[in-house]
Design a protein around this ligand. Structure first.
Ligand SMILES: [Ca+2]
Length: 399
């Protein structure tokens, strides 16, 4: 419709067409890459919730378990309804306790990229090195913010594994351990939005639609309902909402035939859509293009049309202890229109004086205008020596 309107108004069609967004908008862009590969020249895919029904169900799986660890009857105002209150699930894992976990992750993983700078750039290696059980102190007495109880560790570990149905199916995706777990946005998704947004999954993502109490969801049944159809709802949420062919994304053929490009980014500390799920997409893409990569080696066959730039420490689309201000559109346009593939994006911290709004969650000690290269997965930004605050001191290297 937009193209027809442009043609009618200007007497010619647009020279180029782009689509982009973050979160559900990232999902839109990713679904468009699969469904409308002939329509766009560039796809800017941010924090794609490309398996949104699964992500929402994982939230609903966790909510009653957080509640069991929360202070009984603790409540807080409902964010949208001034006359209602919701459970204060944040008492199940307080800001101080999340800081304790973030410190343990940083202690174990920060230097794996060659720089102790508060940024865990080598995400993959951190998953192998960090142990929640070993690296975070277990409380021997009362909770004091400096330790986690065995029950807290058990639940947090299960949440980071992606959740499981009673029948043993992984509900969503594992989440990567990263330095941004203490970000306020992390808690907002896990403890607030799980009560006020995710129950809508019952109406939007399940066949047949049903009301959901966030603390009383039959997870096994809900998981089946994502994939179910009936006489009225003849397409499942999985078929409509998610990216078609996501398990074997060879259908990006139309996009590739057009010479179109995909640029993806994702905050590694995103609490609702997992950066690991975006890695999994890239791995499937590489394998679909080259079955010889079936062992899981990152071969980069997709690199001539799809590149993914993880943002260490960043929460959902923005925020967290991260260089979360970057221009991804200009590099995508250069790639499409000049054929210059992006070798790195440049991320900046939003410290004091930042015109785009100050990020209150930057660690003390960071330069307010710290910059970092954001490297195309699976490359890692490695410190080369020099000014620790400058992107120029880092280089994207093979992991
Ligand atoms: Ca580091």
């Amino acid at each position: 419709m937009a193209k027809a309107l442009i043609a009618a108004a200007y007497g010619k069609r647009p020279d180029r067409s782009y689509i982009g967004g973050c979160s559900n908008g990232g999902r839109h862009a990713m679904v468009a890459a699969a469904r409308y590969g002939e329509q766009y020249d560039g796809y800017l895919v941010g924090a794609p919730g490309y398996r949104l029904p699964n992500a929402a169900l994982a939230q609903l799986w966790a909510a009653p378990q957080w509640k069991a660890l929360a202070t009984p009857d603790a409540s807080m105002p409902h964010p949208f309804n001034p006359t209602a209150r919701i459970a204060d699930l944040g008492t199940a894992l307080t800001a101080a306790e999340r800081q304790t976990v973030a410190r343990a992750i940083t202690l174990r993983c920060d230097a794996l990229d060659g720089a102790r700078d508060g940024i865990v750039a080598h995400t993959a290696s951190c998953q192998a090195e960090f142990s929640l059980e070993r690296d975070v102190p277990t409380c021997s007495g009362e909770r004091n913010g400096q330790c986690l109880t065995a029950a807290q560790k058990s639940l947090l570990g299960a949440v980071y594994a992606g959740g499981k149905t009673p029948g043993g199916q992984i509900i969503y995706s594992p989440f990567p351990w990263d330095s941004g777990i203490a970000a306020a946005n992390w808690a907002q998704w896990k403890f607030v939005n799980s009560q006020v947004l995710d129950p809508a999954a019952g109406y939007i993502f399940m066949t047949p639609p049903r009301p959901l109490d966030p603390f009383k969801v039959d997870i096994e049944d809900g998981f089946k309902a994502i994939f179910a159809t009936d006489a009225t709802f003849r397409e499942s949420a999985d078929a409509v909402i998610t990216m078609p062919g996501k398990e074997n994304p060879t259908q990006l053929a139309a996009l590739r035939a057009r010479g179109a490009k995909m640029l993806l980014f994702h905050g590694v500390s995103d609490a609702i859509f997992s950066a690991s799920d975006t890695v999994a997409f890239m791995q499937r893409l590489d394998r679909a293009l080259d079955p010889a990569l079936a062992q899981g080696v990152a071969g980069g066959r997709s690199a001539n049309f799809a590149r993914y730039f993880p943002v260490p420490g960043m929460a959902h689309c923005t925020g967290g202890p991260a260089t979360d201000q970057f221009d991804a559109l200009t590099p995508l346009v250069r790639w499409v229109e000049q054929g210059e593939a992006p070798e790195a994006l440049t991320g900046s911290a939003r410290g004091a004086g930042n015109a785009g709004g100050v990020n209150a969650e930057l660690p003390a000690g960071w330069a307010p205008n710290r910059t970092r290269p954001l490297c195309p997965w699976p490359q890692v930004a490695r410190f080369q020596g020099g000014d620790l605050e400058s992107a120029a001191s880092f280089r994207c290297e093979a992991p």
